[in-house]
Design a protein around this ligand. Structure first.
Ligand SMILES: Cc1ncc(COP(=O)(O)O)c(C=O)c1O
Ligand SMILES: [Zn+2]
Length: 364
C-alpha cells in the first residue's frame, strides 16, 4: 500500500506524493499519514534510516539525527532512563521530524520553506533547509532565546519577528504563497520522527514502565505513545508504558482538558511548551486516557530547581527540557514502576543567557 494522507475527522484521502497539505483541505483539521508498517530494523544503519520499515519513507541523506544516548541513573530503587535528545544536530529532538518534513518538501519540488515557532523548530527547520539547499523564513516571537535566533541566521535562515507566538502563527498564514509551510504543531512528520525515539529505546533497553514527557503541541508525546503502541500492535512487545505529560502552569490546555479546571502561575521559562491551542489536543487527550496517564504542572521555580539538579548530574539542557525532571520530582513518591523514561529534549547551549540569569544568579 502506497502512503496516503488521511483525515480522521472527515475521511479525506489523497496520495502522499501527489500533493502536500499542511491540514485537511476539506475540514481544516490535522492530517495523518497511513502506510504499512513492519518491525524490521535495518542492520548496520543508525538513526531514522534504521526504521525504514516503520516509516512511510526515509531521507536519502542524514546529518546524524536520532541514535541518541540513553543514560541510566538510579533514583532509590528506580531506574531513570534519560534519552539525550538534546544531542541531535541542532540540539533538539525536532531534528527527527524536520529531517522527514524538509526532505519531503524538497522531493515535492518546493524551493522555499516557512515556519512559525518559539525557537527550536525554527532552528531545526533551517538546518535541514540549508542541507537541502532551500531558503527558510522563520516567524518567531521577539522574546525567543537569543541563541536560537543567532543560529537560525548563521545557517542562512531569515527571521521575521512577531510580538508573540500566537502572532507569529497568524502572520505566517498570510505569507505561505508557493512555499512549503511546515506547520509542525499540525504535522504528522513530527509525530513519526518522535516515534523513532520509542523504537530506539525498545531496541536498547526494552519497554519502560513509565514515560514522562513535556507537551507543547504534542508531537513528541503522540510520537512516543504511538511508537510504543506500534511495537505492541505488531506483536514485538507485550506492554505499553504509562505516560505522564508535563505542562507549564501558565499555558496548560491538556491539563485543562483532563481536569476541567485551570491553575495560575508563571512558567514562562518553558518557552518550548507554551502552545495555548494545540491542533491535536483531542488526540493527545484520547491517547493519554488510553494509557491511564496524567498531567503534571510545573512553574518557573520548579524548573530552575530541576535545572540545577540536571546540571549537577551533567545534563546541559534548556529550561523547557528540565520540566520532565521537575514533573518527576512532584510524583516521585508515587507508585511509578521500576523504570521511567524521560527524554531530555533541548540543549542548554542555545539558552546560555537564561542559564546565566537563573542558574548563576545566586553565585556558584
Ligand atoms: C525543548 C523542547 N521540549 C519540548 C517541546 C515540546 O514538543 P511538542 O511541541 O512536540 O509537544 C518543545 C517544542 O518546541 C521544545 O522545544
Ligand atoms: Zn478532514
Amino acid at each position: 500500500m502506497e502512503p496516503i494522507w488521511k483525515c480522521r475527522y472527515c475521511g479525506f484521502e489523497s496520495d502522499l506524493w501527489s500533493k502536500y497539505y499542511w491540514c485537511c483541505p476539506r475540514c481544516s483539521k490535522p492530517l495523518d499519514i497511513i502506510y504499512k508498517r513492519k518491525f524490521e530494523p535495518e542492520t548496520r544503519v543508525r538513526g531514522l534510516r534504521r526504521y525504514s520499515s516503520l516509516l512511510p519513507f526515509v531521507p536519502e541523506k542524514s546529518l546524524g539525527e536520532g541514535n541518541t544516548p540513553l543514560i541510566n541513573y538510579r533514583d532509590g530503587g528506580r531506574e531513570i532512563l534519560f534519552k539525550l535528545e538534546y544531542l541531535n544536530p541542532s540540539g533538539s529532538f525536532k531534528d527527527r521530524g524536520s529531517s522527514l518534513a524538509i526532505y519531503y518538501g524538497f522531493k515535492m519540488g518546493y524551493r522555499g520553506i516557512v515556519e512559525d515557532t518559539s525557537g527550536n523548530t525554527g532552528l531545526s527547520v533551517t538546518l535541514y533547509s540549508s542541507f537541502y539547499g532551500l531558503k527558510s523564513i522563520i516567524y518567531m516571537p521577539r522574546n525567543a532565546p537569543l541563541g536560537k535566533k543567532v543560529l537560525i541566521k548563521a545557517l542562512g535562515g531569515e527571521i521575521v519577528e512577531a510580538s508573540s507566538r500566537y502572532e507569529a502563527s497568524r502572520i505566517v498564514l498570510e505569507n505561505i504563497r508557493d512555499r512549503f509551510y511546515v506547520a509542525h504543531t499540525w504535522s504528522y512528520f513530527y509525530i513519526l520522527g518522535a516515534s523513532t525515539i520509542a523504537y530506539e529505546v525498545y531496541e536498547e533497553y526494552g519497554v519502560p514502565d513509565l514515560v514522562i514527557a513535556p507537551v507543547g503541541s504534542g508531537g513528541l508525546f503522540l510520537g512516543l505513545i504511538r511508537g510504543f503502541k506500534n511495537l505492541y500492535d505488531l506483536g514485538v512487545t507485550r506492554k505499553i508504558p504509562r505516560f505522564i505529560a508535563v505542562q507549564g502552569v501558565s499555558v496548560h490546555p491538556l491539563f485543562k482538558r483532563m481536569k476541567g479546571y485551570s491553575l495560575e502561575g508563571d512558567s514562562s521559562l518553558a518557552d518550548g511548551i507554551m502552545v495555548s491551542n494545540p491542533p491535536r489536543l483531542e488526540e493527545i487527550y484520547e491517547e493519554l486516557v488510553s494509557v491511564k496517564g496524567d498531567v503534571v504542572l510545573v512553574d518557573n521555580k520548579d524548573i530552575i530547581n530541576a535545572m540545577k539538579d540536571l546540571y549537577e548530574r551533567g545534563f546541559i539542557v534548556e529550561p523547557t527540557s528540565a520540566t520532565v525532571w521537575a514533573g518527576y520530582k512532584k510524583i516521585r513518591r508515587e507508585n511509578l514502576g521500576e523504570s521511567v523514561l524521560m527524554p531530555l529534549t533541548g540543549s542548554g547551549l542555545k539558552t546560555i543567557d537564561l542559564i546565566e540569569k537563573y542558574l548563576m544568579a545566586h553565585g556558584p
